[in-house]
Design a protein around this ligand. Structure first.
Ligand code: HEM
Length: 192
């Protein structure tokens, strides 16, 4: 497995062993949170696998969301039935569900960073990765997860195809925007 992290993070090794040294600060934008592993004595490999899957799956979420919005918009313009938009909407919901499960398992079990974040008693440093992943990312993405399902129900309840398509554009549009705004874009775009 090729890592390519910063050398001092200890992530450029073909192994799942924890980083050898600790950077001494929570503020640096670390490439992965394996750098926090020594702080909690973590040595497992599952973190690496789930992080890679969670990182790559974001593209499935984005593409499914964009397809749901685009097919609804095209259906509206062509005055076509709402069928395909409904299919892409369901795929968007399933993609977010899978991402949510991976994110929750990182947050609650595998991520050394959130394990540290949950155990910091005196508050997390503003603007740090610890604060972003420990609080904002998980919280806002959980709202997006609920949002996509509430949206699906509201879309299904619309009376006409055109109303369903308009709701798909607006409701899936705001869900996708929320997700796009909460993705940590400073992390690798393709983690393999
Ligand atoms: C649609 C929803 C989500 C998307 C698109 C998303 C996307 C991402 C991305 C792109 C990363 C960076 C991966 C990397 O470093 O290569 C990440 C990290 C992370 N995500 Fe999510 N995420 C979502 C939902 C969630 C949820 C709901 C949770 C928790 C409840 C969560 C917890 C985490 C954690 C803990 C990390 C950092 C792990 C670490 O560096 O140790 N994510 N997410």
């Amino acid at each position: 497995m090729a890592w390519g992290g910063r050398p001092q993070d200890g992530n450029n090794k073909n192994s799942c062993r924890p980083a050898a040294s600790h950077p001494g600060t929570w503020h640096a934008p670390h490439y992965t949170s394996r750098v926090y592993a020594p702080a909690i004595g973590y040595t497992g490999c599952m973190y690496d696998y789930v992080l890679i899957a969670h990182s790559l799956w974001r593209w499935v979420v984005i593409i499914a969301g964009a397809a749901a919005i685009a097919s609804a918009a095209m259906g509206l313009v062509r005055q076509a039935p709402a069928g395909p938009a409904g299919l892409y909407g369901r795929l968007f919901g399933i993609a977010v569900d899978i991402q949510f499960l991976m994110g929750a398992s990182l947050y609650l079990v595998f991520s050394p960073m959130t394990t540290v974040a949950l155990n910091v008693a005196e508050g997390l440093p503003q603007g740090s990765d610890l604060a972003f992943f420990g609080v904002y990312h998980g919280l806002i993405m959980t709202i997006a997860f609920l949002d996509v399902h509430v949206s699906a129900v509201l879309i299904r309840r619309a009376k006409t195809d055109a109303a369903r398509q308009r709701r798909s554009i607006f409701l899936y549009g705001q869900t996708l925007l929320l997700i796009l705004l909460t993705i940590p874009w400073w992390r690798p775009l393709l983690r393999v």
